[in-house]
Design a protein around this ligand. Structure first.
Ligand SMILES: NC(=O)c1ccc[n+]([C@@H]2O[C@H](COP(=O)([O-])OP(=O)(O)OC[C@H]3O[C@@H](n4cnc5c(N)ncnc54)[C@H](O)[C@@H]3O)[C@@H](O)[C@H]2O)c1
Length: 337
């Protein structure tokens, strides 16, 4: 029988790409999203890509009665929980909002799952939970820490999941620590669409490429890295999406909980990303070197052995593919709403 998956935050950046991969893998998927950081038009776009109607419920994960109705109506085999707030800067200004949506939101989902006897959950964690003193490649067993309220909520959520699975051995969880998702679906119909000034490098560069911003700001070029700019691990959002399908297989077919990094296992410097985007858009993009930013570290990239061994997961797309699909999205889908 077809397995049914509840996707919270499924109209957002990573959720929408994961939806496409889940449909392609034969799952029946229901999306729940409150549209706080996404648009209803994504439903139509997903229908265009998948060739089937998108099953969508507009609801807030903080609304317990809406959630219990959703769990009462359908018998879900698993939940993939993307819904949450993710802007680091905003989390410093509004820490309580982040605790409420990210932490209380997860607890709500877990309690509803328990009531409905749903025992598999994939959770969006982040590389931000690694302590900044760790030396890359970052391995899952390394010390954790946080430097801002957003990171704190992700770490607390991981700890809540550890305690919930300890108390209920039936519950299986896939905790996925994403490195930097980038790029867009090859159709150009879905992609990252930040409402404000983007926090992340690639959406910022894409706005320089489209002429919205004048130049790319590079915070420091005197780090101990090959070209002096900061090095990070970027993963194509379509690769990240297939990682969720692999995680579901491990939970539903093998009954195995896991905590794994999802990255490429390779670092790209800010200059590497800028040069790749310049190739993708066909012109050299202007940049300015600024002083280092407080709290930034020289380099950070994933050890991907665990993802390979536990999930059989490997990435297929490189930085050129991330930039080309991002630029395609900026020129097509992102423009018309
Ligand atoms: N994008 C990244 O760089 C990154 C990195 C690591 C982890 N993550 C995590 O992955 C998850 C998805 O990230 P994304 O980049 O797709 O973000 P996104 O903002 O594009 O998607 C999140 C979706 O959740 C919805 N949402 C927010 N609050 C909600 C609520 N209370 N009830 C229902 N829906 C709600 C939003 O409308 C949005 O559609 C988040 O939990 C994020 O913290 C993202």
């Amino acid at each position: 029988m077809t397995q049914k998956i509840l996707l919270t935050g499924g109209l957002g950046y990573i959720g929408s790409h994961t939806y496409v991969e889940l449909i392609a893998a034969g799952y029946d998927v229901v999306i729940v999203d409150n549209l706080s950081n996404s648009k209803l038009s994504v439903c139509d776009r997903l229908a265009k890509i998948t060739g089937q109607e998108t099953s969508f419920i507009q609801a807030d994960i903080l609304d317990r009665s809406a959630l219990s109705q959703i769990f009462a109506k359908d018998a879900f085999d698993a939940v993939i929980h993307f819904a949450g707030l993710k802007a680091v800067g905003e989390s410093v200004e509004k820490p309580l909002d982040y605790m409420q949506v990210n932490v209380t939101g997860l607890v709500n989902i877990l309690q509803e799952m328990q009531t409905a006897n749903v025992n598999a959950l994939v959770f969006s964690s982040s590389a931000t939970v690694y302590d900044v003193s760790n030396v890359s490649p970052l391995k899952e067993g390394m010390p954790t820490g946080y430097t801002n309220p957003y990171g704190y909520t992700k770490l607390v959520c991981e700890q809540i999941l550890a305690q919930a699975t300890h108390a209920n051995p039936e519950l299986k969880t896939g905790i996925l620590r994403y490195f930097n998702p980038a790029g867009a679906h090859s159709s150009g119909l879905i992609g990252e669409d930040p409402r404000d000034i983007p926090n992340n490098l690639m959406p910022y560069i894409s706005r320089v490429a489209s002429g919205e911003y004048e130049f790319v700001r590079i915070w420091g070029d005197d780090y101990p890295t090959p070209d002096g700019t900061g090095v990070r691990d970027y993963i194509h959002v379509d690769d990240l999406a297939t990682g969720h399908v692999s995680s579901l297989h491990a939970l539903l077919d093998k009954g195995e909980s896991h905590l794994v990094n999802l990255g490429r296992g390779q670092g790209y410097s800010v200059m590497d990303v800028l040069n790749a985007y310049s190739r993708a858009c066909g012109r050299e993009l202007p940049h300015q070197i600024l002083p280092r930013r407080a709290g930034d570290i020289a380099q950070m990239y994933a050890d991907v052995e665990q993802a390979k061994q536990v999930l059989g997961f490997e990435v297929c797309r490189d930085m050129d593919a991330m930039c080309a699909t991002s630029w395609n999205w900026i020129n097509t889908g992102a423009k018309d709403g």
